[in-house]
Design a protein around this ligand. Sequence first.
Ligand code: F6R
Length: 600
Amino acid sequence: MCGIVGGIIKGDIGSLLIDSLELLEYRGYDSAGITLMTDQSELNTIKTTGKINLLKQKYLQSNTKSGSIGIAHTRWATHGSPHETNAHPICSDDIISMVHNGIIENANELKESLSEQYTFMSETDSEVIAHLFRANIDQYKDPVLALRHTSLKLDGSYATAILSRNHPHKLFFSNFHSPLVIAITDHGHYIASDHLALLHLSNQFIYLKPHQHGYITLNSIHIFGQDGRPINPKIEVVNIVPPTIKRKPSEHFMLKEIYEQPNVIKQQIEQHTTHWNPLIEEQLHHIKHILIIGCGSSYNAGLTARYWIEACSQVSVQVEIASELRYRQAYHKTDTLIITLSQSGETADTISAFASLKKSNPQLTSICITNNNHSTLTRMSDFTIITPAGPEVGVASTKAHLSALFCLYQLAAKLNHAQAGQDTLDDPTQLHINLKQTLALHGNIKQCALQISQYNHVLFIGRHLCYPTVIEASLKLKEVSYIHAEAYAGGELKHGPLALIDANVVTIALLAKDHLYDKMISNINEIIARNGPVFIYTNTHTDPFENNALVNTIRIPSCQNDLLPFIAAVALQLLAYETALARGCHIDQPRNLAKCVTVE
Ligand code: F6R
């Protein structure tokens, strides 16, 4: 989703900002822009649709490359098409230049009151911020007060970075429910929506909290709360090596990240006893209910966890889509543990759902499982479990998803141990080896993908633990290959989806050697009887469909059934990847999607 970088330094900042912007590319965007303030306090803005290298070319060709203060942005269109006029920075004449992440929900209302005085040039909701800030500076004569009054008028979510030509040595910012971080360096200060954009420049960061606003200068940082009082910021030293988010030119990030999974899981297996906060384990003794909240793949991980937890404890599990829970009036028992799942830790739907849940149930304990230690959800939660997946660049979540799934598996095992003194879930200590064996099937899976890529409709089916696993597989396939895919529990076929089956709809069945094996075989027979082609992914050795021309069987490594969701996830990620490759799709940045979904 949109990305912000900005800064005020000794020397020219333009190319540094564009470099940092490139580090935010993974979030997904459709246009980009930069404003530099010259020594004469002029605001020079360059914008382009498409990729950052186009912005770079335009910048290098321009006559106005100098300036030690600047702001830059990648835009993921919400209000208004991905057109250059709608790209940020957005200006109020040549007085104000501003970049914005988020959505201003009362933009129309504000626009009405501002349009007598100012001409709106774009279709964006963001433009109101530029004009409103300018109007408030005129009214209050003090830019910080103007910024505060601007923030107070905005409904929705925002992170902003703003330049005002009448205040040439300051870079203003404000935020509410959209992340913003300040980096301190020996040559000046930077601001960005993600520390990943600045890790190569600094390891000292201030993570802004909601409703904070202020400005940075070359030598100072000024942060104010909603009430206007100055805030003494906490500087955090982040000791992580700037991640290699580069890949071999021939490789997609998605493939690189799929292949990193055995190592991520190995690390988690090794850290099993050392890495967990004992206070989390203490919580597990008392809870009776678990409420899991997430979106997309994170929600799907929660669905899988429900089967594990229910199988090994007396704890009831509710799994909710954050964007739905947020607007429901659900009742939650006092001994409920909330688990939020979010690889980015910045998903607006999950944050809002969790915030309103906390407001109405302040006594409930919460754990956040995330791949981002410095995220909003981490700060909001009582406890955090960090997935050691490392930065994930491909928009389709693979290693971060699998790592979160493994955290949930460990949590279920710990719950089992804490409440029943037992270890009934299957031992996962060899899982990383099984995952490597799964990757070795890449060639076979590719052959299967070449056939799947010919279809326009794919139906996934599974039962028990295989059901949430195919829900995730179907999301992955549609996301990267743009093939229409749906997932159903095997038992649901006859309640509707069987009507779809004919030679043009291919079914992918995940078949486990479990207590529902025979029932799944019947479901597959129901499809074959209607002339539907079927690809079976299975950890069994028997093949009841051996000579059936409609059926292809892909044997995934044999494993215990509790661990099948991991093995199958990797095999089906490879299937999605190879299918998308065969169809020539933009695998790492699928159309219309963003990595970090910071708007509701
Ligand atoms: C799918 C995918 C998305 C995310 C969803 C939630 O591959 O990546 O469905 O899972 O947008 O994101 P997080 O986990 O960051 O809250």
